[in-house]
Design a protein around this ligand. Structure first.
Ligand code: AMP
Length: 305
């Protein structure tokens, strides 16, 4: 049984103050799957693309042993497209356009061989589709869910219906404030956990991430980086590393959840070093572990008299 990933696969056009790229490989499921593929797999992908989706992008995923049996290719259909522009402060981004295209009529069908999977990562897509996926699973045991402002604003009721069914919600700080109608993140975390997810992760871009459960609040730093090329996909890479690690260890204790947050941050740091998915394409598990250990030294301190 593998780790089931559902979400968008798309063609991204991204501009940063330093460079820009058109129709690059993107999408929430793409980043999650590539990131999670380093943790042992198999990663089982469910999504949809049009016939305009470049074959070389499919090969990139196949090269990472991502099982594409659940990928629908719509003949004559247009792939999901997203365009974004980053400010000089790379934590701030404007969405220039979102074209759902083949996602508008997408009906996720889970292949028989994926239905028994216990670990599921619902990448950012319409919450109605996320729920349709869950409805087809036989006995899901650990469900991680990502979403974004587009759905919090556009499909709030559907999202609220989904949340009691998920174990972990991963969102960024502005999305948490939006979802909870609460500017203070600690208070927002309480409100969001009352909506269903027992575990909440709030990502704060270059300021790290916070984990909230019934028992703990854990604050992790972000990796200090001198060069950030393209922050696109950082959040999804985080979700892939977080879920991939928990899938690998099958340990959902508080200590393991903390490690998962650091592995998530580690994968996000690799992602932003290059444009599109390039930063996730040629890693080794050794490199990932080295950076994970650097995180440990980053915020370790001893008690002094
Ligand atoms: P992140 O930077 O982690 O928030 O994720 C960026 C990725 O999300 C891009 O590759 C986009 O293609 C994808 N994306 C953006 N908007 C949406 C949306 N409304 N639904 C699904 N995927 C999206």
């Amino acid at each position: 049984m593998g780790l089931l990933v559902v979400g968008s696969l798309g063609l991204d056009s991204v501009a940063t103050p330093f460079d820009k790229i058109n129709d690059a490989l993107g999408g929430s499921a793409t980043y999650i799957s590539l990131s999670a593929s380093y943790f042992g797999g198999p990663v089982e992908l469910v999504g949809v693309v049009g016939s305009d989706f470049p074959k070389e992008y499919l090969k990139t995923m196949e090269d990472h042993k991502i099982d594409l049996e659940g990928l629908q290719v719509v003949e004559g259909g247009k792939t999901f497209r997203w365009a974004g522009k980053y400010h000089y402060d790379l934590n701030v981004r404007d969405t220039l356009s979102t074209e759902l295209n083949v996602f508008e009529k997408f009906d996720p069908v889970i292949p028989e061989s994926f239905k028994k999977s216990k670990y599921i990562c619902l990448g950012n897509i319409d919450p109605v589709l996320q729920e349709k996926v869950l409805d087809q699973m036989e006995d899901p045991q650990f469900i991680v869910c990502d979403t974004m402002n587009f759905w919090i604003e556009g499909k709030k009721d559907e999202l609220l219906k989904l949340l009691p069914k998920v174990d972990v919600l991963i969102i960024n700080d502005s999305e948490a404030r939006l979802l909870a109608h609460e500017p203070n993140l600690i208070r927002a975390s309480k409100k969001i956990r009352e909506l269903g997810p027992k575990i909440l992760v709030i990502k704060k871009g270059e300021h790290g991430a916070m984990l909230f459960t019934e028992d703990i609040i854990f604050s992790a730093p972000a990796y200090p980086m001198e060069t950030i090329f393209d922050p696109t996909g950082a959040g999804d890479s985080f979700a892939g590393g977080f879920t991939g690690y928990l899938y690998r260890t099958r340990d959902l204790s508080s200590e393991s959840l903390k490690c998962a947050v650091i592995y998530g941050s580690t994968m996000a740091s690799f992602c932003v070093e290059k444009f599109s998915t390039k930063g996730l394409e040629d890693l080794s598990y050794l490199q990932i572990q080295d950076r994970y250990r650097e995180f440990m030294t980053l915020s370790r301190f001893d008690e002094q008299e």
